[in-house]
Design a protein. Sequence first.
Length: 162
Amino acid sequence: MMGTRPQTLYGLADSPVGLAAWLFDHGDGYGQPAAAITSAVLGRTINGHPAGDLTRDDVLDDFTLYWLTNTAISAARFYWELHINLYNAANVSIPAAVSVFPGENYQAPRSWTERAYHKLIYYNKVDKGGHYAAWEQAQLFSPKHNRQRKTHQPGCQRITSG
């Protein structure tokens, strides 16, 4: 729905309960991306999908941020705007680091990633995480990407992995 008719989701701006229900479920039941959120809220692993680093407070903070800033619709509209070209290789010429998570909607193979990002400085396939990887698996996501950013950012000390 977000990729084809995002304007039908304007009801998300009318009710915090409606917004929470949409963010909580996304229509995929206990699969990704809702599984980690469901696990965090319920405080237990659901259908083999643990919460990762997510807590109930994290989920409430995220829902609250969408509600107070009234950005659920604009966030959904992003999928519509990119619907046609979402999975086409881009032409990105700045240094880029990519991690691929098994529960993500699309898992870009390295060959595609190299065509899309001409200055690919880091590519990593990890064993857990999904659509909200930076949120649910922050320990896997952030340190490696930050290390690569610092390695290639002017004025930052080069860090090598050992």
